[in-house]
Design a protein around this ligand. Structure first.
Ligand code: KIV
Ligand code: ZN
Length: 497
């Protein structure tokens, strides 16, 4: 059975761009339009030309820059709007005028303060006028979600007769329940005599978080165009998100519905839109959120390691994400730790107890453990069994000229301590260590690696010491940079032969 095509009408550059703070200049709009073309959208709604010279210009430039998709311009059911839109579309290979008027009780009586008959008259006139400029005219029945279905059917029939080939049924206020919206589409499919001469489009807003569900319900009841935005951006709570609808259809092949979108380009396009529009994506956003393929609970991590499909319905590679992420936190189990260690090239032979215990200690201090932290955990483990270990460290420091440090070290199984002063906490601690080990040690290099993220990150220290003409290196890492400095120092000293 051949698949039914669902046309993807992207309105990121029109409904999405109406969001305060998301405005783009013409160059940026062209960049987004080209990315949408690569992504495979069928229609780009490029702007509302009468609304501003900037919008007009963007429609002109996008029409010149983009070849494959239809370029659409929005208008009210007003002659001047339609003329300006037609002018803006003059370079489009295939241009569409999207005109319309409110059809709900609120819009007819409280906004436009007119009658049902007048609405039909204005709708028909707008479509006929738009058809004098372009072949492709789409009509929107604003607030269709709250419009009376019988009246909506009358309007739909009239505008199809007037020459509209796509009828957009927007749930402008995001009011509908999925069942209600699906019924509305079904009602139009069954009660508009000339419906075979046009296609119905969904255009759902997300005020109650149901935009995607309503869109899918619309499709299941006969709509064949979806009006969507990347990342679901748009007025108030946003529009239906393109990536969600596309991946729902991809994931439910049994629906026999297809789009021309290339899902592998979803992540890249989503990031571009988010960056240019200054609109961060919520981490738990379906498909494109930072956590959409990240697993942090021990049970899920274990399941994903055994077989990705245990906890993932989409292969991240299919939407342009490199791989699923196993987030190492205090909730991670041994399986996740071992898996990550294997991936970064550390094979732990035998039992993981020691490194796992130290991993949990660190994870309690630091929310997330990254690969650098793991390397340090592995490396620190190698110091176990050495003749010299730090047992206790106390430093008193502040604005007073002298800093005092007390260290207690385990030296060849014996506990020894010393207190020393120094020029700052590190110097005082190193002096105390030296007076315990009683060796001639010259510090050649001391490096604390910059903290990468939060102030609770692991401070990584590298020291180089010289003894009897030989150079020894020591490393350590800890959320306490003083502790890691002393540990790195004694790590180097312990290697002295
Ligand atoms: O939400 C809406 O009703 C619209 C129309 C202008 C299509 O954006
Ligand atoms: Zn809208």
């Amino acid at each position: 059975m051949s698949k039914d095509k669902i046309f993807v009408f992207d309105t990121t550059l029109r409904d999405g761009e109406q969001v305060p703070g998301c405005q783009l200049n013409t160059i940026e709009k062209i960049e987004v339009a080209k990315a949408l073309e690569e992504l495979g959208v069928d229609v780009i709604e490029a702007g509302f030309p009468i609304s501003s010279p900037g919008d007009f210009n963007s429609v002109v430039e996008i029409s010149k820059a983009v070849t494959s998709p239809i370029i659409c311009a929005l208008t009210r059911a007003v002659k001047k709007d339609i003329e300006v839109a037609a002018e803006a579309l003059k370079y489009a290979k295939r241009g569409r005028i999207h005109t319309g008027i409110g059809t709900s009780f609120y819009h007819i009586h409280h906004k436009l303060k007119t009658t049902e008959d007048d609405i039909i008259r204005r709708a028909v006139e707008a479509v006929i006028y738009a058809r004098t400029f372009v072949e492709d005219v789409e009509f929107y029945a604003e607030d269709a979600g709250r419009s009376d279905n019988e009246f909506l059917a009358k309007v739909t029939e009239a505008v199809i007769k007037a020459g509209a080939s796509v009828i957009n049924i927007p749930d402008t206020t995001g009011y509908c329940l999925p069942g209600m919206f699906g019924e509305k589409i079904k009602f139009l499919m069954n009660n508009v005599p000339n419906i075979d001469k046009a296609i119905l489009a969904t255009h759902c807003h997300n005020d109650l978080g149901m935009a995607t569900a309503n869109t899918i319900s619309g499709i299941l009841n006969g709509a064949r165009q979806v009006e969507v935005t990347l990342n679901g951006i748009g007025e108030r709570a946003g529009n239906t998100s393109l990536e969600e609808v596309v991946m729902i259809l991809e994931s439910h092949k049994d629906l026999n519905l297809t789009t021309s979108i290339k899902p592998k380009k979803l992540m890249k396009t989503s990031r571009l839109v988010s960056t240019l529009m200054n609109m961060p994506i919520q981490p738990n956003k379906a498909i494109v959120g930072k956590n959409a393929f990240a697993h942090s609970s021990g049970i899920h991590q274990d399941g994903v390691i055994k077989n990705r499909e245990n906890y993932e319905i989409i292969d991240p590679k299919d939407v342009g994400v490199k791989e699923s992420e196993i987030i190492l936190t205090a909730r991670s189990g041994r399986a996740a730790l071992k898996h990550r260690l294997d991936l970064i090239g550390y094979t732990v032979n035998g039992d993981l107890d020691d490194i796992y215990t130290r991993f949990l200690e660190l994870a309690d201090k630091k929310k997330q453990i990254n690969d650098n932290d793991l390397e340090f955990l592995v490396y620190k483990g190698k110091g176990n069994g050495r003749s010299l270990k730090l047992d206790y460290l106390h430093v008193s420091t502040g604005t007073a000229p002298e800093t005092m440090a007390t260290v207690r070290l385990e030296l060849n199984g014996e506990i020894k301590s010393a207190t020393a002063s120094g020029n700052g906490p590190v110097d005082a601690s190193f002096n105390a260590v030296k007076s315990v080990v009683k060796k001639n040690i010259h510090l050649e290099e001391f490096l604390i690696q910059a903290i990468t993220r939060g102030s609770n990150d692991v401070g990584k220290v590298h020291v180089q010491v010289k003894n009897a003409g030989n150079v020894y290196h020591g490393f350590s890492g800890s959320t306490n940079i003083l502790t890691s400095s002393v540990e790195a120092y004694i790590d180097a000293i312990a290697k002295i032969k």
